[in-house]
Design a protein around this ligand. Structure first.
Ligand code: NAD
Length: 344
């Protein structure tokens, strides 16, 4: 039996999750809720996704040639799980409606942690979300940090983590956001909110994060330092990263890749839908281990990184798959996720 899914908010995250749901053999996308008849509504229509709107907006959609199936309440009656991918802080306003409909709820990282029972990452805490009524898939930066911290902390005693985040200014479609010619402290305090957000998944670890926003739309970059309670070797760290799903290595020596622009170009050349990169991309040559310290640099594609996590969150809350590795394997296989980037 397939899990029946609805998506509220068909923007950057919603449309990607919709396409990923459509690739799963154990899920069916019943419909999407759109609040505006814009170009993204056309995308949903062209993809053949049934579109639900509010009563007041139905006429506007029909006028633009976009057929409407019904209202959100109709859609909620037909599904097991709602993925809320509305803008930050909007999702919580829908919570009571979802609750009344009796559906399982998956929110995104722009919501407060209190919106859901569990802040989720498939590699770190899948079991905690098994059967939960609601989960929040943490934000793009937090997902990237949690994956790599989990890879190390499942194998070694981590005493503290320090992460320096270079954030993209906006997503490519966001014409009104910046900066366009500055480096902006974002936020102008240390630690940035990312440290607290990592703790919502990993518990009370010693982590400090600092972030600046720069004029790029492609990807975030993280420079991360671990202080361990034991000594280790570079080859052991490489093995941990290779054994952890959704972390891919790229070699600058072999591929010549030293930038986010070239990573995105590879994703285009691979024929990835929307040039999406679902993996944390860790530069092999950046991995430096000296005794009890590890350093590394990774790139995170903000538009795509949380997509596989949403798919696993669906399996966790419905309990259709109890083993996180099996869910992650299914998802990663369906999305063509790799371990080595830009390598044959
Ligand atoms: P978006 O603006 O691209 O898409 C939001 C969608 O919701 C749009 O289709 C918009 O028309 C619709 N919408 C707006 N108001 C609505 C309302 N009141 N009711 C229903 N729909 C409404 O936003 P996004 O970037 O996809 O972000 C969605 C969530 O995902 C946020 O919580 C965000 O923090 C989180 N997130 C975003 C990114 C990213 O880089 N874009 C990465 C990870 C997580």
């Amino acid at each position: 039996m397939s899990i029946r899914i609805a998506i509220n908010g068909f923007g950057t995250i919603g449309k990607r999750v919709a396409d990923a749901v459509s690739k799963q053999s154990d899920m069916i996308l019943v419909g999407v809720y759109k609040n505006r008849p814009n170009y993204e509504a056309y995308t949903a229509y062209i993809r053949g996704y049934p579109i639900y709107v509010s009563q007041e907006k139905a006429g506007e959609f029909e006028k633009r040639g976009i057929p409407v199936k019904g209202v959100l309440e109709d859609l909620l009656k037909k599904v097991d799980v709602i993925i809320d991918a509305t803008p930050s802080k909007v999702g919580e306003n829908y919570r009571s409606l979802y609750q009344r409909a009796g559906v399982k709820m998956i929110f995104q990282g722009g919501e407060k942690a209190s919106v859901a029972d569990v802040s989720f990452n498939a590699i770190a805490n899948y079991e905690k979300a098994l059967g939960a009524r609601s989960v929040r898939v943490v934000s793009c930066n937090t997902t990237g940090l949690v994956r790599v911290i989990s890879a190390v902390s499942k194998n070694l005693k981590v005493e503290r983590v320090r992460a320096y985040i270079v954030r993209r200014a906006a997503d490519p479609k966001e014409i009104g956001r910046g900066p366009i010619n500055s480096v902006v402290l974002d936020p102008p305090k240390i630690p940035s909110h990312h440290a607290e957000d990592v703790k919502t998944v990993l518990g009370n670890i010693d982590i400090v994060t600092m972030a600046v926003a720069v004029p790029t739309t492609l990807m975030h970059t993280h420079m991360i330092t671990f202080k361990l309670g034991e000594r280790t070797t570079r080859s052991r760290v490489m093995d941990m990263l290779m054994e952890t799903p959704r972390i891919a290595l790229v070699s600058s020596e072999q591929s010549g890749i030293t930038s986010t622009a070239e990573l995105v170009e590879v994703a285009r050349d691979m024929g990835r839908l929307r040039s999406d990169i679902y993996e944390n991309i860790v530069w092999e040559e950046s991995i430096d281990v000296s005794g009890d310290e590890i350093h590394m640099i990774q790139a995170i594609h903000q538009e795509a990184i949380v997509v596989p996590e949403n798919i696993d969150a669906i399996r966790a809350v419905t309990g259709i798959e109890k083993d996180w590795r099996k869910s992650v394997y299914k998802t990663d296989y369906s999305l063509g996720i790799v371990k080595n980037f830009a390598k044959p």
